[in-house]
Write a protein that binds this ligand. Structure first.
Ligand code: FAD
Length: 403
């Protein structure tokens, strides 16, 4: 429990964190990887390189300081992070490692004396936050044991492999022990752990792209990198080396980007590129639960070569009269204009939403590149869609979309 003096000390750090938060978190990660190399494997070096991880942590620390009087305002962010921690196998013993390095970083970056009251205040505040996460994560681990039947990583076999587009491959995964597979909730992701040829084990999150209740999990992975950037480590491995019959390790489905109970209002699902993966699973789940409901699937892709799941979506459309599909290519190829695989050209914008949806009230779920998420959040807010009807998923460390 923070004393009133400690609350004030934390609040006083807000402007400092706003200015120096990223310097602090950059220092923190470097320090932690140097002093505690055992936790390195939980972090993706590409997110360190791009600065996304440092920005995400700086934003989270600052938000915590701002809401130190009422951390319940951060419940949504806490849930997202707790789900991610569980998917990666974070345990209570990891929290003191983070705490120690964080406090030392605050002291080192801000140039504070060992006995500065700010350090005491942050030690208590970090302890309270760690307890919150540890409790919620224990509950998620428990839910997983009951619902999925396992915690941590379990061996799966690649039972099928097929191209979803020129740059996305789908892998169908079955438990190696043939145990029944628990149904995921549409929108959830698993963590895949693979061992690279040099022996290094890496972990990455992948949304499940198939219908819940199937006898396998399907992940659909975009080949990352190229054109001047290094190949994405995991996606390259999955595209180039992993074949039918190979084994991978998979954690139980996690994540709270899931559909609310079916209502009377239309459901609008919007996907950009590989962001189709959770969205397609949601389309399956929503239509199976309420076949007559109006479900809009608005899909953006660069062009026809990288337009994933066109056949599967066409089949869904034939089966469910309530499904309406609009496909947009932002950079169509000349040959795209000769076939009927897309309905429009350009980005998903206000004019398109006006044309397709008018001003009817609807629930929105979307996934895609960060600029698209930012654009849609602003667009929907401008159209008066209340925050509780706007749901989205990041394919990387969660960021503020306000900037
Ligand atoms: P990384 O090695 O992590 O590299 C990522 C990018 O950074 C690449 O473009 C690479 O070129 C660039 N990069 C790396 N190092 C450097 C450097 N030194 N200089 C310049 N550039 C560099 N992805 C999917 O494909 N399908 C999904 O369904 C999916 N679902 C996800 C769900 C969630 C909840 C999350 C968080 C992520 C999801 N992802 C999904 C993303 C996925 O987890 C991986 O991040 C993605 O596959 C890239 O991993 P990688 O190892 O291939 O690339």
């Amino acid at each position: 429990m923070l004393t009133p003096g400690q609350l004030t000390a934390i609040q006083r750090t807000v402007p400092i964190l706003q200015e120096h938060g990223e310097a602090l978190t950059r220092h923190f990660y470097q320090r932690m990887f140097q002093h505690n190399p055992e936790v390195r494997g939980f972090f993706n070096p590409a997110h360190q390189h791009s600065g996304q991880q440092q920005r995400a942590l700086a934003g989270a620390i600052c938000a915590y300081a701002q809401h130190i009087n009422d951390p319940s305002a951060l419940a949504g962010a806490v849930e997202l992070i707790a789900q991610k921690h569980v998917s990666l196998g974070i345990r209570p013993e990891h929290y003191p490692i983070v705490g120690e390095n964080l406090l030392a970083s605050i002291r080192e970056v801000l140039g504070l004396a060992e006995d500065d009251p700010i350090l005491d205040a942050w030690a208590v505040a970090y302890g309270a936050l760690a307890d919150l996460f540890i409790q919620r994560e224990a509950a998620i681990y428990q839910e997983q044991r009951e619902r999925a039947g396992w915690n941590g990583f379990k061996r799966f076999v690649v039972s099928r492999r097929e191209a979803a587009s020129d740059n996305i491959v789908s892998l169908y995964l079955k438990p190696a022990d043939d145990a029944p597979l628990p149904a995921h909730r549409a929108g959830q992701y698993v963590t895949l752990r693979v061992v690279l040829p040099g022996g290094e084990a890496i972990m990455r999150n992948y949304s499940l792209s198939n219908e819940p209740g199937a006898d396998c999990y399907r992940i659909s992975v975009k080949r990352e990198g190229g054109e001047g950037t290094p190949p994405g480590v995991c996606s390259h491995h999955l595209h180039e080396r992993v074949r039918v019959g190979d084994r991978v390790e998979v954690s139980p489905p996690c994540g709270d980007f899931t559909l609310a109970a079916p209502g009377a209002r239309p459901l609008v699902l919007i996907a950009g590129g590989v962001g189709i993966t959770p969205i397609l699973s949601m389309a399956h789940e929503a239509l199976a639960a309420a076949p007559e409901r109006t479900v809009w699937l608005i899909q953006g892709a660069l062009n026809g070569l990288v337009h994933p799941f066109a056949d599967e979506i066409a089949q869904l459309k034939r089966r469910y009269p309530g499904l309406r599909v609009h496909v947009r290519y932002s950079e169509p190829l000349p040959e795209d204009r000769l076939n009927a695989a897309h309905d429009g050209e350009g980005l998903i914008d206000e004019a398109l939403l006006d044309e397709l949806l008018g001003r009817e009230k609807a629930e929105y779920y979307f996934c895609g590149p960060t600029p698209m998420l930012r654009h849609l959040c602003r667009l929907l807010a401008r159209r008066g869609v209340p925050p509780e009807d706007i749901h989205y998923e990041f394919f990387g460390p969660a960021q503020s979309l306000a900037a």
